[in-house]
Design a protein around this ligand. Structure first.
Ligand code: 5GP
Ligand code: 5GP
Ligand code: 5GP
Length: 208
């Protein structure tokens, strides 16, 4: 059978811990809609290749259009808040994510489908609950990278990748959590390839 050209192999579904986005030299700004809940927020749903490379900015003729996701707006404000400065409503963040990443899976998920898929995944995967159930709380304490990974693996059924950043005292902290999703955007899978980057073996989980 001839294969149909496929633009990508899988998605990374990436969530960020707001406490770690804020606890850096750059600091952060709360969205114009107010301080987000102390929960992981969506960063993005990123098409990727099995070799670790990824496509980006795939369709300059497909701008983000808030009208296409009007019914999802409340969910996006709650679950995909922006913390960049200056404060914004989220539209700039969602525009960036759609244009850089979402346009690369457009043949599978249109704009509404893309944002809906990310919101559905967030509901499916409760990372904070997975961690707190294992006694790993956003309290500024340090936890072993392996205990964090095990807690998520046990709750979600798949091994995540943890990305760390560093606070103003240069402590390594839990910044983003990556899970892999098949090209439908609906089903979690084992990651075909993991990202790169270093964490210490013990990492801080700051409060927010
Ligand atoms: P950074 O260089 O801060 O790790 O990543 C900057 C941006 O590049 C990310 O927010 C994301 O848009 C993109 N990016 C980084 N690593 C990956 C990756 O492994 N896969 C994909 N699809 N995008 C990535
Ligand atoms: P990526 O890293 O996906 O390429 O893009 C991140 C972009 O979105 C950056 O330009 C960043 O300033 C912007 N941005 C807006 N709000 C946020 C946020 O809450 N978290 C992150 N990581 N980036 C944000
Ligand atoms: P292992 O495969 O033995 O668990 O880990 C090999 C190396 O990768 C170790 O240096 C470990 O710290 C690092 N590593 C394992 N899992 C992760 C992760 O989720 N995130 C990051 N940043 N490094 C990891």
């Amino acid at each position: 059978v001839l294969s149909v050209s496929q633009e990508f192999d899988f998605f990374y579904f990436v969530q960020q811990w707001p406490g770690s986005y804020c606890d850096t030299i750059k600091s952060c700004c709360y969205p114009t809609t107010g301080k987000p809940a102390a929960d992981f927020g969506i960063h993005g749903l990123w098409p990727n290749y099995n070799d670790g490379n990824y496509p980006s900015n795939c369709d300059a003729n497909s701008p983000f259009d808030p009208k296409k996701v009007a019914d999802l707006r409340n969910g996006m404000q709650k679950n995909w808040p922006t913390l960049a400065c200056p404060s914004g409503s989220g539209v700039a963040f969602w525009t960036h994510e759609w244009e850089k990443h979402g346009t690369c899976s457009e043949s599978i998920l249109d704009q509404h489908g893309y944002f809906q898929a990310a919101l559905n995944l967030k509901r499916q995967v409760n990372l904070l609950q997975a961690l707190t159930n294992a006694g790993i709380n956003p309290d500024g304490a340090s936890y072993s990278l392996s205990s964090i990974k095990s807690a998520i693996q046990e709750a979600v059924g798949f091994t995540p990748w943890i990305e760390c950043n560093t606070d103003t005292s240069r402590n390594s902290q839990l910044y983003q959590i990556y899970l892999c999703v098949d090209t439908s955007g609906k089903t979690l899978i084992d990651c075909p390839v993991f990202p790169r980057g270093k964490c210490d073996s013990e990492i801080e989980f700051p409060s927010f």
